[in-house]
Every structure is written in C-alpha cells, then in structure tokens.
Ligand binder design. Structure first.
Ligand code: ATP
Length: 324
C-alpha cells in the first residue's frame, strides 16, 4: 500500500477533522503517501485530489465540520459513476481509501470494493450514534454536550416563567441523543422512537409534576419519535388537555451538528484514524472501525450496514426513576 486516500461523505459531524488529521499523520508516520479527496464521492469521480502531509492538517483537531467538505453524490450510485471514480483513483496511484461517513457512505464503499476489489475502510461519523459495530460514532458526544448546554439555557427561561418546553433534538430514527441529553439535562419526560408510551402517560406525568410543585418542565422529543405528533402538535395537545401549562417549543436544529469537537470525540477520532490506516496497510478491507468496551475494533462493513443499534434500557429505567 503506497498511497492512501481519505474522504468525508454524507452529513458532517464534529470530529471528522480530527479523524482526517489522524489518517494523514498516521500515513506520514508509516511512510505512506496520503491524498485528500474533496467533496466526498463527487470529488472522487471528478479527481478532486490534493496531496497531504503531516503539516497539511495543522490546527484542525479543534474545528467542527470537515475541511474536505462533504457532498451527497447520486452519480456514485451508478456503475458508470463508480467506473469514473475507479479510473481517477488508479490514475492518481491510490491503492486504498478511508471513508468517514454514515450508512450510505459505507454502502457505496462496499459496493465499490466488490466491483473493483478496491481496499476500503470506514470510520463512522454521524451525531446520531445509529451505526452498528460501535458504541459511539464520531460527533455523538459533542452533539450531546451541545444539546445539554442548550437545554440548560432553555431551563433558565422556562423556570423564570413557569413554562413547559418541548425541545426537539436530532437523531433521525433513533433516540440516543434524546435519551442521553434528557437524562443529563434532567428532563421531565423523554420521547424516543424506541419506546412509545403514549400521550396519556405524558399528560399523567405532567399533571403529577404540577401537583408535586414543579414550576417548570422540559420534555425532550427525538425527531423520530412515534407519538404521531410533532413538537408543535404536542404543544397544542397539552394546551388543550392540560390548560394549567404555558407551553413553548424549541427545535434545536443544525446547531447540533456544529461546534468544536469534545475531548472525547477528538480522542476517539485520533484512535480510529490510526486503526483505519493500520488496517489498510495490513491488507484488511471492507471493514469499519468502531469502539466497543473502550477497545478499537473492526467490524465487516456489511454487518455495520445491516445491524441496528439498541437503546440503552438501563438508561431508560434511570430516566423513569428520575422523573418521580
Ligand atoms: P448521514 O448519516 O449523515 O446521512 P450517510 O453516509 O448515510 O451520512 P448518504 O447521503 O446516505 O449519507 O450517503 C452518502 C453518499 O454515499 C451518497 O451521496 C452516495 O454518493 C453514496 N451512497 C449512498 N448509498 C449508496 C449506494 N446504495 N450505492 C452507492 N453509493 C451510495
């Protein structure tokens, strides 16, 4: 393996830059050339490559987003698009790549690997923490801290006005951000897709907390929750059925994807980048780097794509107890 490429693909997440830095520096350490591919698979198809050295990644470990830019690329889903990408890689002398991204990016990588027997390794970068084969994805911890910080601020104003706030957080089809942030921020209720306890239970809980003297409440709602109502409809529902509450809504949105990565994400990214390059150099392929029980491990990409993450049941129980 003489030349390794690195790209970021799909949605961005904090920690991607720290992972790029780690891949580039590990290549330098191992005396392997490293190329950056800009704009994900689109840049691969167009040959948007830049040679990297250890100094090219100075001062990026602390930056959110991705210096390589990210893009969604429909062309890479076609055999013709992937053929062009392969031609560009061969022409540039690249013999393997590390892709930092989510499910879709890994699906593209594994199809490409099968078609051209081209070595690929994935690093899971998404705030949603929804990838099988790793306890944590890059960016999850940062997003969690961002959400907790935002809810702390919302709580200040909620308690000054005795208000109830529905706070919608990201997470797509899973409730990892909502559950963890809800527990960390002391939410009254947490609505996650994995567990639909129904609207009656929500009303009951809110009624009880009013009775026991709580002056304000925070309900964290995962964007993919299954109550069948979005946060604005939940507000209307509670106002109608429990007029004792003055209700407000806050949708945190894309701020959850930005900001400097947490120390945890920087360390994780550094460890994952080293493992990814070492795996490629050792002749391994079609694997995703993950962290399980604080060990950096490799899982077949096919399994990572097919598998589903599970919500932490113990944390659900803790959250139930805390809302007494
Ligand atoms: P996020 O979790 O943020 O959505 P992702 O990696 O899942 O990240 P996608 O947009 O699903 O994001 O995928 C990123 C890119 O991967 C796509 O734009 C496309 O270029 C490539 N890709 C996705 N699915 C396939 C596929 N079935 N075949 C080939 N390439 C694919």
């Amino acid at each position: 393996m003489h030349k390794i490429a690195v790209l970021t693909s799909g949605g961005d997440s904090p920690g991607m830059n720290a992972a790029i830095r780690s891949v580039v520096r590990t290549c330098a350490y191992m005396n392997v050339e490293c190329m950056a591919i800009y704009r994900g698979y689109q840049g691969m198809i167009e040959g948007d490559f830049v040679a990297m050295n250890a100094r090219s990644v100075n001062n990026i470990i602390n930056k959110g987003g991705t210096i390589l830019k990210s893009a969604r690329c429909e062309d890479f889903k076609t055999p013709e698009g992937r053929k062009k990408a392969h031609e560009q890689l061969v022409q540039a002398g690249i013999s393997g790549f590390v892709v930092i991204g989510g499910d879709g990016s890994f699906t593209g990588a594994t199809i490409f690997n099968k078609e051209y027997d081209f070595p690929v390794i994935g690093i899971p970068g998404t705030i949603d923490n929804d990838i099988f084969g790793t306890r944590y994805t890059l960016g999850f911890d940062t997003a969690l801290n961002t959400v907790v910080d935002a809810i702390d601020k919302i709580r200040d104003t909620a308690s000054s006005h005795n208000r109830l706030f529905f706070v919608e957080v990201m997470g797509r089809d899973v409730g990892h951000i909502a559950l963890n942030a809800g527990v960390a921020a002391g939410a009254e209720e947490i609505l996650i897709p994995e567990e639909n306890l129904g609207l009656d239970r929500l009303l009951e809980s809110l009624r009880r907390s009013k009775k026991t003297g709580k002056s304000s409440s925070i309900v964290v709602v995962a964007e993919g929750d299954k109550t069948g109502k979005n946060v604005f409809e939940l507000k209307e529902y509670v106002e109608e059925h429990l007029p004792i509450y003055d209700v407000r809504v806050s949708v945190l949105g894309h701020m959850q994807r930005g900001g400097p990565p947490s120390a945890f994400d920087r360390v994780l990214a550094s460890r994952m980048g080293v493992k990814a390059v070492e795996a490629l150099i050792a002749g391994k392929t079609n694997l995703m780097v993950g962290i399980i029980d604080n060990e950096i491990v490799l899982t077949p990409i096919a399994e990572a794509i097919k598998g589903h993450t599970k919500i932490d049941r113990e944390l659900v129980r803790v959250s139930d107890i805390m809302t007494i």
